[in-house]
Design a protein around this ligand. Structure first.
Ligand SMILES: O=c1ccn([C@@H]2O[C@H](COP(=O)(O)O)[C@@H](O)[C@H]2O)c(=O)[nH]1
Length: 242
């Protein structure tokens, strides 16, 4: 694999669209770029598993970003169902606690036992959303202390539950790796190329800074999907990274 393709494979494009027509248009524009595709709740709730299967048939690695968060038994069943779609990465909310996260892993394992042809997905947990600011964490959510400490606390719980890594801001990657080990994966949204609008994201870094911090994957949505020329936008990001 070329270095360029290896770098492209660490970019997860957030397909945050209301329907498959718009998502397919982006796929057309990004054809040949071996990035990960991330399907979130907007597209999945509108179109269901068929489009996820379509992405897999096209050869993409798929992160199904549904952020499961419920009682352990329900999360176990949900994780079991989505593992059967054959996706490469799934996630839960770390705020659900260790028992809930371990239940998700159990659901995944049972799906793999039922269908040994499936590859095990990477299972990760969301720590603190990258839209959460220091002030929101302390004053609205009611968690005292620094955001980074809250993130690392959730990362440790995630590791204890046997998951593979966490979603966090690239600002916290170094602390997470120091606390949980380099093999523990970090998937980082809150990525903003220089000059692009932050929107609702608060804990942001550029793609280059995020990889320099040692993150495993960067998640990028609007800076690509709302660009006048999405292909040029992702090519510019890849160029900056190689
Ligand atoms: O903490 C989180 C967890 C998930 N996301 C998701 O990543 C993308 C980011 O999109 P942008 O348009 O680049 O902001 C989006 O799908 C979120 O649901 C996140 O941003 N932060």
């Amino acid at each position: 694999m070329s270095h360029r393709d290896e770098v492209a494979g660490r970019i997860m494009v957030a397909l945050d669209y209301p329907n498959v027509d718009q998502a397919r248009e982006l796929l057309q524009q990004l054809q040949g770029i071996p990035c990960y595709m991330k399907v979130g709740m907007q597209l999945y709730y509108a179109e269901g598993p068929a489009f996820v299967r379509e992405l897999k048939e096209l050869g993409y690695k798929v992160f199904l970003d549904l952020k499961l968060h419920d009682i352990p038994n329900t999360v176990k069943s949900g994780a079991n169902s989505i593992t059967k779609l054959g996706v490469d990465m799934i996630n839960v909310h770390a705020a659900g606690g260790v028992e809930m996260m371990a239940a998700a892993m159990k659901g995944v394992e049972e799906a793999l036992q039922e269908n040994p042809a499936l590859d095990k997905p990477i299972v990760i947990a969301v720590t603190q959303l990258t839209s959460t600011s220091q002030q929101m964490l302390n004053e609205e959510i009611g968690i005292p202390g620094a955001v980074a400490d809250a993130v690392v606390h959730y990362a440790k719980l995630t590791k204890q539950a046997g998951l593979d890594g966490v979603v966090a801001s690239p600002l916290e990657v170094e602390m997470i790796k120091a606390a949980c080990g380099n093999e523990f994966k970090t998937i980082t949204p809150g990525i903003r190329p220089a000059g692009s609008a932050k929107g609702d994201q608060t804990r942001v870094m550029t793609p280059k800074q995020a990889l320099t911090e040692g993150t495993d994957f960067i998640v990028i949505g609007r800076p690509i999907t709302t660009a006048a020329n999405p292909r040029e936008a992702i090519e510019n990001i890849i160029e900056e990274l190689i």
